[in-house]
Design a protein around this ligand. Structure first.
Ligand code: MN
Length: 710
């Protein structure tokens, strides 16, 4: 491998867009030998990178720190043979390019002086002040002579405690580790492997949680090269073989640019190659990679609102893969990250993943807490435009209320206090960091729920409704019906569906799908009070499904009072046929089916004549009192921007809820939308259809034979 390439001289040339440098440099460091041997006017490069982000920064203190670091490290050399000062300089340059503020850079220049030279903390405090002293102390290792084998774990404990008071400690540690990983090639293989494993188990999860994407991705690639050299070589070869794959993505980028330009949206559309580990993951997931899989498109816009405008245009002019859509702007991830994610298919079928964010969100996505500025100066944090910096956002579950002291860090610092011995601390730390992070999901009302990764719709239902979730019969996830067992992902929108009749209750198998104590305790308690329900199959279907069944693990939407009554068969379970979704006052015919239930079809449904032809005897059915119903409508329209938004608005205004929707790709300017809708009252159907027909561009709305695909 060639992970030892970067030196400060190579990594500090002036570039137009400092924010993308690090990724490119990381890639360059992996792909080939960089220029070596020149000890440059390095503090000049640091100053230049710093000025690019902070034009008014006072550089005098940086010069003083450099003079002290250079003179005290003089005569020391890295294992590579380079003067030692190249290391603190490289670390400081990494931080400067990410936009770190002056105090961090000062401490970064001095970060190894107390550990490795005659400089003392007292001297650092006297010459550079309390904050710089605190940061240098925070990253200074505990002595092997004092701690023996416990030195490394206890150093991490000390660093994390210091990070709890000043998150800039960890910024410096991460940049320090990145430069050491880049230059690890000179170490013995066993040592490389040991350091790579600690990087994988501790530093990379910390980089992820602190939102420092640029450092995290490069660290991942460096670790990958050391711990999985064969897979790494294979991935590297794959990327090299597909060097022109970027053309496929560039073609989509060109179309995207044109679409946004026509819509009058100011945007930069960039190609963003995936890092090695990302390519490797995609290959494992999809097998063969197509051209557009080697990168993603990054759309950078000015304002938050432009993100949604750009998204709307892309979803109108391309075919979106709705399942890939994630809104991390309305509910940012716990680690400060904000973006819209989507995937679109262009006319030739190429699918491109697209990230949409503002320039400011981009900076935060790359640099995370490093971009916080001085987190203890309120106006700096606000000036950085960080989510949650100015005011804690509602429903953030505490994770982002204070970006300098995230919830996971507080919890970590709590439990470490009760882990006095080193082994317990070290094992628990790696387990804690390895644990899948928390996810944030949207509620239908726009609020958010914080859940453990792996949580299901059952967990979400109890988190939102407490014991009222006992009557849950299904859920909508991202607008589509989903089984209660469905595991939720970060950014999903989940809407638990509760039955109207309070009699229904949880099924024992829900316990297999819970990750939260709250859900588990509530379900266990209910089952204990209802022993008859604890038996498998005890919850016989007493509610008929209204319309197409929710693919919900056998539990069906209760809509019994919308349902026809069968005469001759009192009390029979009645089910509305999914093929024709009858709605009052349709003429209906019923057929008894196995198990004593009756299925109800519209009179004109082809299913009726087919059943008659097979000799099945119909039974007379009639509508009970009109109530909730489900219906599938097809809207034919001429394609235009905002059509989907206007139609869904008309539907919502008419009081109907969208259960599922299918949008077919436009053909000759015409588009067909199929909606399965839930109405409070069947009597609302004619006005709903009229309202949909009134939407500009719509020329027909009709009842469908088939429900919209889920
Ligand atoms: Mn160091």
């Amino acid at each position: 491998m060639s992970a030892e390439a970067a030196n400060p001289g190579a990594s500090s040339r002036r570039r137009a867009r400092p924010r993308l440098d690090l990724r490119r440099l990381g890639r360059a460091a992996l792909l080939g030998p960089a220029a070596r041997g020149r000890v440059p006017d390095a503090i000049g490069h640091v100053a230049e990178a710093h000025r690019a982000h902070h034009p008014d920064a006072d550089l005098a203190i940086l010069h003083r720190a450099y003079v002290l670091a250079e003179s005290s490290h003089r005569g020391q050399f890295r294992k590579s043979g380079e003067p030692y000062i190249t290391h603190p300089l490289a670390v400081t340059l990494i931080l400067a390019e990410l936009g770190a503020e002056t105090t961090t850079l000062t401490a970064s220049l001095l970060h190894d002086t107390v550990e490795d030279t005659d400089v003392t903390l007292v001297q650092v405090r006297e010459e550079f002040g309390e904050e710089v002293c605190y940061l240098v102390d925070g990253v200074t290792k505990l002595e092997k002579v004092d701690y023996g084998a416990a030195a490394e774990p206890e150093t991490f404990r000390k660093m994390l405690v210091a990070t709890g008071n000043d998150v800039r400690v960890m910024s410096i540690k991460l940049a320090d580790r990145l430069h050491n990983m880049r230059t690890l090639g000179v170490m013995r293989p066993e040592k490389q492997e040991r350091i790579a494993k600690v990087t994988r188990d501790v530093l990379i999860p910390l980089a992820e949680r602190l939102g420092v994407q640029a450092l995290k991705t490069e660290l991942e690639d460096l670790v990958f090269a050391i711990l999985h050299p064969e897979e790494y070589a294979r991935t590297r070869a794959l990327i090299a073989e597909n060097a022109d794959a970027v053309d496929a993505l560039a073609a989509v980028a060109g179309k995207v640019r044109a679409v946004l330009r026509d819509a009058g949206i100011q945007a930069e559309v960039l190609l963003r190659p995936r890092h090695f580990v990302s390519v490797h993951r995609v290959r494992l997931k999809r097998g063969d990679l197509s051209g557009t899989d080697f990168g993603r498109l990054l759309v950078l816009v000015g304002e938050d609102a432009d993100c949604y405008a750009a998204l709307g245009e892309l979803h109108t002019c391309f075919t979106p893969l709705i399942s890939e859509f994630k809104d991390f702007i309305a509910a940012p991830k716990f680690n400060l990250y904000q973006s819209l994610h989507t995937a679109v298919a262009s006319t030739d079928g190429a699918v491109a993943e697209v990230l949409i964010r503002t320039h400011q969100m981009h900076r935060v996505a790359e640099a995370g807490v490093v971009a916080l500025g001085n987190p203890y100066t309120a106006d700096t944090a606000e000036g950085a435009g960080l989510p949650g910096a100015a005011e804690p956002s509602a429903g953030a579950e505490g994770e982002r209320a204070d970006p300098t002291r995230p919830g996971w860090l507080s919890r970590l610092l709590d439990w470490q206090e009760s882990a006095p011995d080193t082994d317990t601390f070290w094992t628990s730390l790696r387990a804690d960091l390895a644990e899948d992070r928390e996810i944030t999901v949207f509620r239908a009302d726009g609020g958010t729920l914080g859940l453990p990764a792996g949580a299901s719709c059952v967990d979400a239902a109890y988190a939102q409704y407490g014991e009222a979730a006992h009557t849950c019969v299904g859920a909508r996830v991202n607008g589509r019906l989903a089984a209660l067992a469905t595991r939720l992902s970060d950014g999903d929108t989940v809407e638990p569906l509760l039955a109207q009749d309070a009699a229904s209750g949880p099924s024992p198998d829900w316990l297999q799908h819970t990750r939260t104590p709250a859900a588990r305790i509530a379900i266990t308690g209910w089952l204990a009070e209802h022993p008859e329900a604890a038996r498998p199959q005890a919850a016989a279907p007493r509610a008929a499904a209204a319309g197409p069944s929710a693919a919900s693990g056998g539990r069906r939407r209760a809509g019994a009072n919308a349902v026809a009554e069968a005469p001759g068969l009192p009390g029979a379970t009645v089910r509305l046929a999914g093929c024709c979704t009858p709605v009052p006052p349709d003429a209906v015919t019923g057929f008894p089916v196995r198990g004593g239930a009756v299925t109800v079809h519209r009179g004109e449904c082809p299913g009726v004549s087919r059943m008659r032809a097979m000799g099945r005897r119909p039974v007379e059915v009639r509508w009970g009192r009109a109530a909730e119903c489900r219906v599938t409508l097809v809207a034919e329209a001429f394609g235009r921007p905002r059509l989907l938004a206007d139609l869904t608005e008309a539907i919502a205004t008419a009081g109907a809820a969208v259960v599922s929707a299918t949008v077919e790709p436009p053909s000759e300017q015409r588009v067909r939308h199929t909606y399965t809708l839930q109405l409070q009252d069947a009597a609302g159907l004619p006005p709903l259809m009229r309202a949909m027909r009134d939407v500009a561009g719509v020329y027909d709305v009709s009842r469908a034979r088939h429900p919209a695909a889920h």
